[in-house]
Structures are given as C-alpha cells and as structure tokens.
Design a protein around this ligand. Structure first.
Ligand SMILES: [Zn+2]
Ligand SMILES: [Zn+2]
Length: 393
C-alpha cells in the first residue's frame, strides 16, 4: 500500500503553534492532504499524551487511528531540542524521535522528565549533549529511533552552519552508528543531501514541521508498507525495504536557503558571492542551507541529483498554486475545497492525477500543475527566516 507520511509536525502544546491543532483536526486535515500516516508530534507532553490516549484507538502494531473513524494512521513521535556547550561553542540541535507506541512515550517521559520541562513545550529543551540524550532515549526505549531534524538549517540542524558539526559522528559519537535516516528540511532536497557522501548510508525523511493545519503535508515521505506499523516503518527507513522516497518543497521555498539578514533586507546568492559580513550592519550573515551544503559537499550538484535513486518530487501547496492563478483571500480556501472535492486529496492530486482530469475541473490549475511537475517555476529564495516565493503561475 502506497502511503504518503508526514512524520514531523507539532501539536498546539508546542511553542508558537496554532491552537487549532487538536487530534481530530489533524486527522481531518491529513485526510484532505492525502496523508495515510502522520506523526503524533509532541508525544512527551503530558496534556497532549492524554488527548492522544483519549482520541485515538490502536490500529496496528504501534500505530493508532482516530477512535471510531477512518482517517490516517498516527505514530508516536516527538521532536527534542538539545542546547549545550561543546569545545567552547554553543550547540543547538533538533532530533526527531520515533517511538513504538504511546506506552513507550509514557516510559520515555518518565525517564526524561527530570532533564526538561516536558509540560512547558511540546518540543522540550534539554541541556544535555546530543549523544547523552540519545543514549538516555535508547536506555528507556531500546526500539526507539532518532532522526536528526532538518539537518542543514543554520540554528538547529546538526550539520547547519552554526552547529559546528560536519558529520553525524561529530555530534552523536559512537551512537551515530544507530542513525539510519536524516530529515532533509524545507530548505534542502534529496539531490542536495546526496552531494554529501557521509550521508549515503542514511535514508531521507521529509516532513512538514507543521505548526498549523495549513502546512500539514507540505513535505512528506513515501512508503509502500503491506502492513503499516512501527516495525515496518523502522525497517523501511533502516533498510530501504518499503521505502519509496520523498515529496519535497522546492528548496528555494524554505526560510534558510540563501544567506542573508532579515533585519537589514540583505539576501545573498551563495553561488555568486563569497561568504562575507553583512554590507549593511557589518555582522556575519546567517549562512543558508545552500552554502552550507556546498561547503560540506564532496560531489557536484549534478552528481548529487544523479545519486538520489528514489522518488524525490517537488511540490507546491495547492493554495499557493491557486493564489498564483488569481484567487484571493477567502476565495483561495473555497477554490481549494472545490478542487479537493472534485479531484480527491491534495498530494495525489498534485503529484499523480492525470492532467486531463485536473483540466476538466480547472484548465488553469492543470497548466500550473504541469509546470510544477516539470520544475518550470520561478523562485525568490528564502533567507534568514524569510520564507521564499516559488511560483508556477
Ligand atoms: Zn526543529
Ligand atoms: Zn545585517
């Protein structure tokens, strides 16, 4: 069974997230997007865990479904943040942890609660070395696995410009051997990841990092799992058996693709300009994902693209395609709902639906989807926290 999965998202208990993020609302939004599997997000937060237990029922090995309903499978996931000093520099790293069920989430919460305020933020912050935290996770829940999150982002990615780590081994030491997947993040894609040979042994995970319902499924991982469950998911990411690839946003769309300074309005193309201080304020620019990948790459962009070896398709949100076609304000949501009602869920529509079927509903949309699928888009890359603009209009 072919499944689009979004395994990186948050609940309304994480910092700076939408109050609309309830279990039922996430399940409903995921069904509209065409996601067959989502992460619970925030699985260590006590109030969110209570809601997950109340609203979900078991639906397979280590996975759940909204009680009494259809909708996507839900797996227990949480993003953990570590902030610590090593070798005289502050390190901030985000890690996605996948758990074999909600009991395991209880077990892990009990093991970690004295190291972080689990009730304070759905993405709890640990003043622990990343290797130390990973060791405690494995001690408490040996089947758990850890996927370094949005690995290239400058502030919180393990390989980002400000982490100071150049390999997974630099950060996780001997426990790097336990890591078999890394998250691409919104500002990078599969081809960029494959420019770095030290990551060749890792499968690629793509997730939305949604902080609200509207961004759910803007990136996804594609699986073919006969019996979806925690063990099958783990096996797919660890061995490639049942793993089909990723759905990626265009990397220019991400908030950290180019270098820049948001406050100074400075945006720098790393392929044209050398790394340099900000021409306005004189301080170092926030180094984007494109420059950081190039710095650690031992392959060209073309060689990286040639080595992907699985599905790695780029997608723009349907709402953005419709905005580019002239829909405005509440009209965008109405046009989106009409398209989904007529053509089915968003990701299969954008990626798989025959163009003539889309054209029968909306010829302009079909033309935009065709341009998107062919990569014929224009981009104003994001930088220093400013979301990029990518248009197929
Ligand atoms: Zn994160
Ligand atoms: Zn500046």
């Amino acid at each position: 069974m072919r499944i689009y999965a979004d395994l990186h998202l948050h609940s309304r208990y994480a910092f700076n997230t939408s109050p609309a993020l309830t279990v039922a609302a996430l399940a409903a939004a995921a069904a509209r997007v065409g996601l067959g599997l989502i992460g619970s997000g925030d699985a260590l937060h006590p109030a969110w865990r209570a809601e997950l237990r109340r609203d979900l029922e078991p639906a397979g090995e280590g996975v759940y479904r909204l009680a009494g309903g259809a909708g996507p499978l839900v797996a227990a996931t949480v993003e953990l943040s570590t902030v610590y000093r090593r070798d005289g520099r502050v390190r901030r790293v985000h890690h996605l942890v996948h758990l074999p069920g909600l009991e395991a989430a209880d077990t892990l919460a009990a093991a970690l609660e004295r190291h972080a305020n689990l009730a304070g933020d759905g993405r709890p912050i640990f003043k622990l070395d990343s290797r130390e935290l990973f060791a405690r996770v494995l001690d408490a829940v040996p089947e758990a696995f850890l996927v370094p999150a949005h690995v290239w982002t400058p502030w919180y990615g393990v390989l980002g410009a400000n982490s100071g780590f150049e390999t997974l081994e630099d950060c996780y030491g001997d426990l790097a051997a336990e890591i078999f997947a890394v998250e691409t993040g919104l500002s990078a894609d599969a081809a960029m990841m494959r420019r770095v040979s030290s990551l060749d042994r890792c499968r690629l995970l793509s997730g939305s990092d949604a902080h609200g319902l509207a961004t759910l499924g803007r990136e996804a991982t594609v699986f073919d799992l006969p019996e979806p469950g925690f063990a099958a998911l783990r096996r797919a990411l660890a061995t490639g058996q049942g793993y089909l690839g990723t759905v990626e946003s265009f990397p220019e769309h991400g908030k950290y693709h180019w270098d820049g300074h948001r406050a100074c309005g400075v945006r720098v193309d790393p392929e044209r300009e050398p790394e340099a201080p900000c021409p306005v304020c004189g301080r170092p620019l926030t180094v984007g994902v494109a420059r950081r990948v190039a710095a650690l790459a031992d392959r060209s962009a073309a060689e990286g693209a040639a080595r992907v070896g699985h599905e790695a398709r780029h997608v723009l949100p349907l709402a953005e395609l419709l905005a580019d076609l002239g829909h405005k304000g509440a009209g965008i949501a109405r046009a989106r709902a009409a398209a989904l009602d007529a053509l089915g869920p968003e990701l299969p529509l954008l990626l798989d639906r025959p163009l003539d079927a889309i054209a029968a509903h909306d010829p302009g949309l079909a033309a935009a989807v065709e341009r998107m699928r062919g990569g014929r888009v224009t981009a104003e890359p994001g930088y220093d926290g400013v979301v990029g603009r990518v248009s197929a209009g």
